[in-house]
Design a protein around this ligand. Structure first.
Ligand code: CP
Length: 329
Protein backbone atom coordinates (compact mmCIF):
# COMPACT_ATOMS: atom_id res chain seq x y z
CA UNK A 1 0.00 0.00 0.00
CA UNK A 2 0.97 3.62 -0.37
CA UNK A 3 1.39 4.83 3.20
CA UNK A 4 1.75 8.54 2.46
CA UNK A 5 -1.53 10.25 3.35
CA UNK A 6 -3.34 6.94 4.03
CA UNK A 7 -5.78 6.24 6.84
CA UNK A 8 -5.07 3.27 9.12
CA UNK A 9 -8.53 1.93 9.92
CA UNK A 10 -8.26 -1.86 9.76
CA UNK A 11 -5.52 -4.45 9.54
CA UNK A 12 -7.35 -5.78 6.47
CA UNK A 13 -5.72 -3.03 4.43
CA UNK A 14 -2.23 -4.50 4.93
CA UNK A 15 -0.35 -6.98 2.83
CA UNK A 16 2.62 -8.84 4.16
CA UNK A 17 5.11 -6.52 2.48
CA UNK A 18 3.45 -3.56 4.25
CA UNK A 19 3.98 -5.22 7.62
CA UNK A 20 7.63 -5.81 6.81
CA UNK A 21 8.02 -2.15 5.88
CA UNK A 22 6.41 -0.89 9.10
CA UNK A 23 8.56 -3.22 11.19
CA UNK A 24 11.68 -2.18 9.29
CA UNK A 25 11.02 1.49 10.07
CA UNK A 26 10.08 0.66 13.68
CA UNK A 27 13.45 -1.08 14.07
CA UNK A 28 15.18 2.25 13.32
CA UNK A 29 13.24 4.21 15.97
CA UNK A 30 14.94 2.68 19.02
CA UNK A 31 17.61 5.39 19.57
CA UNK A 32 14.91 8.10 19.47
CA UNK A 33 12.55 6.22 21.78
CA UNK A 34 15.44 5.65 24.22
CA UNK A 35 16.37 9.39 24.03
CA UNK A 36 19.86 8.55 22.74
CA UNK A 37 19.13 10.77 19.74
CA UNK A 38 16.67 13.60 19.11
CA UNK A 39 15.00 14.33 15.78
CA UNK A 40 12.96 17.37 14.72
CA UNK A 41 11.64 15.74 11.55
CA UNK A 42 8.00 16.60 12.39
CA UNK A 43 8.74 20.07 13.80
CA UNK A 44 5.67 22.27 13.29
CA UNK A 45 3.32 19.33 12.67
CA UNK A 46 0.25 18.82 14.87
CA UNK A 47 -1.35 15.55 15.96
CA UNK A 48 -5.04 15.78 16.84
CA UNK A 49 -5.39 13.05 19.46
CA UNK A 50 -9.09 12.45 20.05
CA UNK A 51 -9.96 9.76 22.57
CA UNK A 52 -13.66 9.39 23.29
CA UNK A 53 -13.18 6.22 25.39
CA UNK A 54 -10.74 5.69 28.27
CA UNK A 55 -7.15 4.90 27.32
CA UNK A 56 -3.73 5.04 28.91
CA UNK A 57 -1.16 3.47 26.59
CA UNK A 58 -2.69 4.03 23.15
CA UNK A 59 -3.38 7.72 23.73
CA UNK A 60 -0.12 8.43 25.55
CA UNK A 61 2.06 6.42 23.21
CA UNK A 62 0.56 8.09 20.13
CA UNK A 63 1.29 11.45 21.79
CA UNK A 64 4.77 10.49 22.94
CA UNK A 65 5.61 9.02 19.52
CA UNK A 66 4.62 12.27 17.81
CA UNK A 67 6.57 14.35 20.34
CA UNK A 68 9.64 12.12 19.88
CA UNK A 69 9.55 12.93 16.15
CA UNK A 70 9.46 16.65 17.01
CA UNK A 71 5.72 17.30 16.55
CA UNK A 72 3.07 18.82 18.81
CA UNK A 73 -0.02 17.12 20.23
CA UNK A 74 -3.51 18.59 20.79
CA UNK A 75 -5.82 16.35 22.76
CA UNK A 76 -9.55 15.89 23.16
CA UNK A 77 -10.23 13.41 25.95
CA UNK A 78 -13.76 12.15 26.61
CA UNK A 79 -16.95 12.90 24.71
CA UNK A 80 -18.01 15.49 27.32
CA UNK A 81 -14.94 17.58 26.43
CA UNK A 82 -16.04 17.81 22.80
CA UNK A 83 -18.98 19.53 21.09
CA UNK A 84 -20.26 16.04 20.27
CA UNK A 85 -21.79 16.25 23.74
CA UNK A 86 -23.94 19.06 22.23
CA UNK A 87 -24.98 16.87 19.31
CA UNK A 88 -22.28 17.73 16.76
CA UNK A 89 -21.86 15.01 14.13
CA UNK A 90 -18.77 12.97 13.34
CA UNK A 91 -18.76 14.64 9.91
CA UNK A 92 -18.62 18.21 11.27
CA UNK A 93 -16.11 17.25 13.95
CA UNK A 94 -13.85 15.68 11.34
CA UNK A 95 -14.08 18.69 9.01
CA UNK A 96 -13.13 21.02 11.86
CA UNK A 97 -10.42 19.00 13.59
CA UNK A 98 -8.70 18.12 10.32
CA UNK A 99 -8.32 21.84 9.65
CA UNK A 100 -6.25 22.11 12.84
CA UNK A 101 -4.16 18.95 12.47
CA UNK A 102 -1.74 17.20 10.14
CA UNK A 103 -2.88 13.78 11.30
CA UNK A 104 -5.55 12.52 13.70
CA UNK A 105 -5.71 9.52 16.03
CA UNK A 106 -9.15 8.60 17.25
CA UNK A 107 -10.78 6.17 19.64
CA UNK A 108 -14.56 5.89 19.70
CA UNK A 109 -16.96 3.48 21.43
CA UNK A 110 -18.88 2.57 18.26
CA UNK A 111 -17.68 0.10 15.63
CA UNK A 112 -17.27 1.84 12.27
CA UNK A 113 -17.26 5.35 13.72
CA UNK A 114 -13.58 6.02 13.06
CA UNK A 115 -14.03 5.05 9.39
CA UNK A 116 -17.03 7.42 9.18
CA UNK A 117 -14.92 10.18 10.74
CA UNK A 118 -12.01 9.46 8.38
CA UNK A 119 -14.26 9.75 5.32
CA UNK A 120 -14.88 13.39 6.24
CA UNK A 121 -11.34 14.20 7.39
CA UNK A 122 -8.94 16.23 5.29
CA UNK A 123 -5.90 14.57 6.91
CA UNK A 124 -4.95 10.92 7.62
CA UNK A 125 -6.78 9.23 10.49
CA UNK A 126 -5.49 6.33 12.59
CA UNK A 127 -7.99 4.09 14.35
CA UNK A 128 -7.08 3.91 18.05
CA UNK A 129 -9.92 1.42 18.66
CA UNK A 130 -13.55 1.53 17.50
CA UNK A 131 -15.88 -0.34 19.81
CA UNK A 132 -15.42 -4.11 19.66
CA UNK A 133 -14.35 -3.87 16.03
CA UNK A 134 -10.63 -3.23 15.52
CA UNK A 135 -7.46 -1.86 17.09
CA UNK A 136 -5.00 -2.01 14.20
CA UNK A 137 -1.99 -0.37 15.85
CA UNK A 138 -2.30 -2.71 18.85
CA UNK A 139 -2.26 -5.66 16.44
CA UNK A 140 0.84 -4.27 14.75
CA UNK A 141 2.68 -3.79 18.03
CA UNK A 142 1.57 -7.25 19.20
CA UNK A 143 2.85 -8.85 16.03
CA UNK A 144 6.07 -6.83 16.23
CA UNK A 145 6.49 -8.12 19.80
CA UNK A 146 5.75 -11.72 18.79
CA UNK A 147 8.31 -11.45 16.01
CA UNK A 148 10.97 -10.16 18.43
CA UNK A 149 10.18 -12.69 21.13
CA UNK A 150 10.23 -15.59 18.65
CA UNK A 151 13.49 -14.33 17.10
CA UNK A 152 15.05 -14.55 20.57
CA UNK A 153 14.28 -18.27 20.44
CA UNK A 154 15.44 -18.73 16.84
CA UNK A 155 11.83 -18.94 15.60
CA UNK A 156 9.86 -16.97 13.00
CA UNK A 157 6.33 -15.72 12.42
CA UNK A 158 5.52 -18.43 9.89
CA UNK A 159 5.49 -21.37 12.28
CA UNK A 160 4.35 -20.78 15.84
CA UNK A 161 1.58 -21.65 18.32
CA UNK A 162 -0.50 -19.09 20.20
CA UNK A 163 -3.29 -19.45 22.77
CA UNK A 164 -5.67 -16.49 23.21
CA UNK A 165 -7.56 -16.44 26.48
CA UNK A 166 -10.55 -14.53 27.87
CA UNK A 167 -13.21 -12.33 26.27
CA UNK A 168 -12.53 -13.15 22.64
CA UNK A 169 -15.98 -11.99 21.55
CA UNK A 170 -15.54 -8.35 22.53
CA UNK A 171 -11.74 -8.02 22.47
CA UNK A 172 -10.88 -5.87 19.47
CA UNK A 173 -7.15 -6.48 19.92
CA UNK A 174 -7.50 -10.22 19.32
CA UNK A 175 -9.81 -9.63 16.35
CA UNK A 176 -7.22 -7.42 14.68
CA UNK A 177 -4.30 -9.67 15.61
CA UNK A 178 -6.04 -12.76 14.15
CA UNK A 179 -6.76 -10.96 10.88
CA UNK A 180 -3.10 -9.95 10.68
CA UNK A 181 -1.98 -13.54 11.32
CA UNK A 182 -3.84 -14.57 8.15
CA UNK A 183 -0.93 -13.01 6.25
CA UNK A 184 1.44 -15.62 7.68
CA UNK A 185 1.74 -19.39 7.40
CA UNK A 186 1.45 -22.37 9.73
CA UNK A 187 0.09 -20.58 12.78
CA UNK A 188 -1.65 -22.85 15.29
CA UNK A 189 -4.25 -20.95 17.29
CA UNK A 190 -6.12 -22.07 20.40
CA UNK A 191 -9.01 -19.90 21.56
CA UNK A 192 -9.83 -20.36 25.25
CA UNK A 193 -12.98 -18.63 26.45
CA UNK A 194 -16.41 -19.26 27.94
CA UNK A 195 -18.61 -20.39 25.01
CA UNK A 196 -20.64 -17.16 25.30
CA UNK A 197 -17.48 -15.08 24.77
CA UNK A 198 -15.98 -17.16 21.95
CA UNK A 199 -14.05 -15.70 19.04
CA UNK A 200 -16.54 -14.60 16.32
CA UNK A 201 -17.14 -17.29 13.69
CA UNK A 202 -16.08 -14.94 10.90
CA UNK A 203 -12.60 -14.58 12.42
CA UNK A 204 -12.25 -18.35 12.93
CA UNK A 205 -13.34 -18.99 9.35
CA UNK A 206 -10.89 -16.41 8.01
CA UNK A 207 -8.03 -18.09 9.88
CA UNK A 208 -9.01 -21.56 8.64
CA UNK A 209 -9.32 -20.24 5.09
CA UNK A 210 -5.75 -18.95 5.46
CA UNK A 211 -4.68 -22.53 6.23
CA UNK A 212 -4.22 -22.14 9.98
CA UNK A 213 -5.13 -24.79 12.53
CA UNK A 214 -7.71 -23.42 14.99
CA UNK A 215 -8.90 -25.07 18.22
CA UNK A 216 -11.79 -23.64 20.25
CA UNK A 217 -12.09 -24.70 23.88
CA UNK A 218 -13.11 -23.64 27.38
CA UNK A 219 -10.32 -25.64 29.05
CA UNK A 220 -7.41 -23.45 30.14
CA UNK A 221 -4.84 -25.71 31.73
CA UNK A 222 -4.70 -28.47 29.11
CA UNK A 223 -4.68 -25.91 26.29
CA UNK A 224 -1.69 -23.80 27.32
CA UNK A 225 0.70 -26.74 27.59
CA UNK A 226 2.27 -26.65 24.14
CA UNK A 227 2.21 -23.09 22.86
CA UNK A 228 4.86 -20.46 22.21
CA UNK A 229 2.67 -17.51 23.23
CA UNK A 230 -0.17 -17.16 25.73
CA UNK A 231 -2.13 -13.97 25.03
CA UNK A 232 -4.41 -13.15 27.94
CA UNK A 233 -7.25 -10.62 27.70
CA UNK A 234 -9.58 -8.90 30.15
CA UNK A 235 -13.34 -9.27 30.30
CA UNK A 236 -14.42 -6.15 28.38
CA UNK A 237 -17.04 -5.02 30.89
CA UNK A 238 -17.84 -1.86 28.92
CA UNK A 239 -19.27 -4.03 26.10
CA UNK A 240 -21.75 -5.89 28.33
CA UNK A 241 -25.36 -4.87 28.95
CA UNK A 242 -24.69 -4.72 32.69
CA UNK A 243 -21.92 -5.04 35.26
CA UNK A 244 -23.73 -8.10 36.63
CA UNK A 245 -23.48 -9.85 33.28
CA UNK A 246 -19.74 -9.09 33.03
CA UNK A 247 -19.28 -10.39 36.57
CA UNK A 248 -20.49 -13.81 35.44
CA UNK A 249 -17.25 -14.23 33.50
CA UNK A 250 -14.70 -12.43 35.67
CA UNK A 251 -12.03 -14.68 37.15
CA UNK A 252 -12.95 -17.66 34.96
CA UNK A 253 -9.51 -17.93 33.34
CA UNK A 254 -6.64 -16.84 35.55
CA UNK A 255 -2.99 -17.14 34.71
CA UNK A 256 -0.62 -16.98 37.64
CA UNK A 257 2.89 -18.23 38.42
CA UNK A 258 1.69 -21.54 39.79
CA UNK A 259 -0.49 -22.35 36.75
CA UNK A 260 2.15 -21.09 34.34
CA UNK A 261 4.93 -23.15 35.96
CA UNK A 262 2.80 -26.28 36.18
CA UNK A 263 1.29 -26.23 32.69
CA UNK A 264 3.35 -24.10 30.27
CA UNK A 265 6.66 -24.80 28.63
CA UNK A 266 9.23 -22.69 30.54
CA UNK A 267 10.01 -20.30 27.68
CA UNK A 268 6.36 -19.64 26.72
CA UNK A 269 5.92 -15.88 26.20
CA UNK A 270 3.15 -14.19 28.20
CA UNK A 271 1.36 -11.32 26.48
CA UNK A 272 -1.66 -9.13 27.26
CA UNK A 273 -2.74 -5.96 25.43
CA UNK A 274 -3.39 -4.27 28.81
CA UNK A 275 -5.01 -2.94 30.84
CA UNK A 276 -5.19 -6.08 32.94
CA UNK A 277 -7.98 -6.08 35.47
CA UNK A 278 -6.20 -6.16 38.84
CA UNK A 279 -9.36 -6.37 40.93
CA UNK A 280 -9.39 -9.53 43.03
CA UNK A 281 -12.54 -10.88 41.40
CA UNK A 282 -10.94 -10.66 37.93
CA UNK A 283 -7.13 -10.83 38.04
CA UNK A 284 -6.77 -12.64 34.72
CA UNK A 285 -2.98 -12.14 34.74
CA UNK A 286 -1.56 -12.23 38.24
CA UNK A 287 1.06 -9.79 39.50
CA UNK A 288 3.05 -12.73 40.88
CA UNK A 289 4.33 -13.10 37.29
CA UNK A 290 5.64 -9.51 37.22
CA UNK A 291 9.31 -10.43 37.53
CA UNK A 292 9.06 -13.53 35.34
CA UNK A 293 11.33 -13.24 32.29
CA UNK A 294 8.56 -14.66 30.08
CA UNK A 295 6.26 -11.75 30.87
CA UNK A 296 6.38 -9.56 27.76
CA UNK A 297 3.56 -7.11 28.58
CA UNK A 298 5.82 -4.13 29.16
CA UNK A 299 7.99 -5.02 26.20
CA UNK A 300 4.70 -4.81 24.24
CA UNK A 301 4.01 -1.29 25.52
CA UNK A 302 7.57 -0.19 24.75
CA UNK A 303 7.28 -1.65 21.26
CA UNK A 304 4.05 0.32 20.78
CA UNK A 305 6.07 3.52 20.79
CA UNK A 306 8.35 2.26 18.00
CA UNK A 307 5.50 1.05 15.82
CA UNK A 308 3.50 4.27 16.25
CA UNK A 309 6.58 6.40 15.49
CA UNK A 310 7.07 4.35 12.33
CA UNK A 311 3.45 4.84 11.25
CA UNK A 312 3.57 8.61 11.76
CA UNK A 313 6.79 8.88 9.78
CA UNK A 314 5.41 6.74 6.95
CA UNK A 315 1.95 8.36 6.74
CA UNK A 316 3.49 11.83 6.73
CA UNK A 317 6.15 10.84 4.20
CA UNK A 318 9.22 11.59 6.33
CA UNK A 319 10.52 8.11 7.07
CA UNK A 320 13.65 8.77 5.01
CA UNK A 321 14.38 12.07 6.77
CA UNK A 322 14.31 11.09 10.43
CA UNK A 323 18.09 10.81 10.69
CA UNK A 324 18.65 13.96 8.59
CA UNK A 325 16.95 16.02 11.31
CA UNK A 326 18.68 14.17 14.15
CA UNK A 327 21.25 15.19 16.69
CA UNK A 328 22.73 13.30 19.66
CA UNK A 329 21.29 14.18 23.07
N1 CP B 1 -4.11 -1.71 24.86
C1 CP B 1 -4.85 -0.59 24.93
O1 CP B 1 -5.59 -0.24 24.00
O2 CP B 1 -4.71 0.09 26.11
P1 CP B 1 -5.41 1.47 26.44
O3 CP B 1 -6.89 1.20 26.54
O4 CP B 1 -4.81 1.93 27.74
O5 CP B 1 -5.12 2.42 25.32
Amino acid sequence: MDFIGANILSVSQFERADIDRVFGVADTMGPYARREKVTRVLEGAILGNMFLEPSTRTRLSFGAAFNLLGGMVRETVGITASAMAKGESLYDTARVLSGYSDIICMRHPQAGSVAEFAAASRVPVINGGDGANEHPTQALLDLYTIRKELAGKGRALDDFRIAMIGDLKHGRTVHSLCKLLCLFEKVQLTFISPPELAMPDAVVEQLRAAGHQVTVTDQLEASIAHVDIVYSTRIQEERFASQEEANLYRGRFRLNREIFTRHCEPNTVIMHPLPRDSRAEANELDTDLNEHPSLAIFRQTDNGLLVRMALFAMLLGVEGDVDKYARPV
